[in-house]
Design a protein around this ligand. Structure first.
Ligand code: ADP
Ligand code: MG
Length: 324
């Protein structure tokens, strides 16, 4: 398959239903933004051997790529509109591999109702490198910024925290005594994140600051604190854990560091004034995504984690850095 065949056979079907994509037959796509709304744009690149293993299933690679970008839109409070894919496929990629990749992408295009409206397709002698750009929209002035946390805000997270970090340990064979069902749940949370696309837009105009948890709860809350010039205190006991994570943790409290410091959960971490509690609960119910209050924003700086007695728990190491 040459690149034209690839685009026509594998990618053009994913543009269906979006007239501005021009069936991927023109030079670029046309995107309409309703008056009073802002286009929200984010891009993430993933590289074989860095973000995933070269022999990972291609459909999962595609879906994870899609989902980490949709998670960024959700963290801005934006509704997804469309995605673009710049793909540097390996020169020796087989037609079967490419079809499975496109099939995975198609599944998520359908699941999240976000068409593929453009991109670029090249071959590389180097590692497979994929860049997805996601477009979203949000009402002007309502985007959820990291810099908007205020002292007195409640700190919330969606879903459960730490599953992906424990799932990675499962995948690496570091938790061999776990029940099969729990191991599978945790590994699945690592392999295929669930972006909170239903919740994020419902928090726009209600929450103050927000971001998605990709570096670890503490590191990411630290990002909000620095951007907002505030501090935060979270209570370890209030961090929502899945049943599987709970059973891993029981009797192995040293693994709490994985929960606080492990990334890849792609849950939403956000702050909101105390008075917004009812609106947050309504947004959570409407989205079908649980949210839990885990602490407070305070004046000052830094993130403190406390136990049930209010004593500080030692902080885990900072999040992953590419250039250190
Ligand atoms: P050129 O290189 O001349 O810009 P391309 O052949 O790269 O043209 O692109 C033709 C059309 O196909 C464009 O609309 C482009 O956005 C789209 N396209 C190319 N690659 C992809 C891809 N991987 N996914 C989605 N659309 C793509
Ligand atoms: Mg091109």
């Amino acid at each position: 398959m040459d690149e034209f065949g690839l685009i026509a056979e594998l990618f053009a079907p994913l543009a269906a239903g979006y007239p501005g994509a021009l069936n991927l037959k023109d030079d670029a796509a046309l995107v309409e933004v309703p008056p009073g709304q802002r286009l929200v744009i984010t891009s993430d690149a993933i590289v074989a051997g860095v973000h995933f293993l070269p022999d990972d299933p291609p459909d999962l690679i595609a879906r994870k790529l899609m989902r980490v970008n949709l998670s960024d839109l959700a963290a801005m409070g934006a509704e997804p509109v469309a995605v673009l894919l710049a793909a540097a496929f390996r020169r020796d990629a087989t037609a079967d591999w490419l079809r499975r990749f496109a099939k995975g992408l198609a599944e998520d295009v359908a699941e999240f109702n976000v068409p593929l409206i453009g991109g670029d397709t090249v071959a590389t002698p180097g590692p497979l490198t994929l860049t997805l750009t996601a477009l979203g929209r949000v009402e002007a002035g309502r985007a959820l910024l990291r810099s908007a946390a205020r002292p007195g805000d409640v700190v919330y997270v969606s879903g459960t925290i730490g599953d992906a970090a424990l799932g990675l340990k499962v995948a690496l064979g570091e938790l061999p005594d776990l029940a099969a069902e729990e191991a599978e749940f945790l590994a699945g949370r690592y392999r295929l994140p669930c972006p909170r696309t239903a919740l994020g837009p419902r928090l726009a105009g209600i929450a103050h600051a927000a971001m998605d948890v990709s570096d670890g709860l503490c590191a990411d809350l630290g990002h909000i604190c620095r951007a907002s010039q505030v501090g935060a205190v979270i209570e370890a006991a209030r961090i929502p854990l899945s049943a599987a994570a709970r059973s891993v943790l029981s009797g192995r409290n040293f693994l709490l560091a994985s929960i606080l410091g492990g990334g890849d959960d792609y849950e939403l971490l956000f702050t909101a004034p105390v008075t917004a509690a009812d609106l947050i609960a309504a947004a959570s119910a409407a989205a079908g995504v649980p949210v839990t209050a885990i602490g407070r924003v305070i004046e000052g700086d830094g993130v403190k984690v406390v136990d049930g007695q209010g004593d500080e728990i030692t902080q885990p190491a900072a999040g992953y850095r590419h250039f250190s």
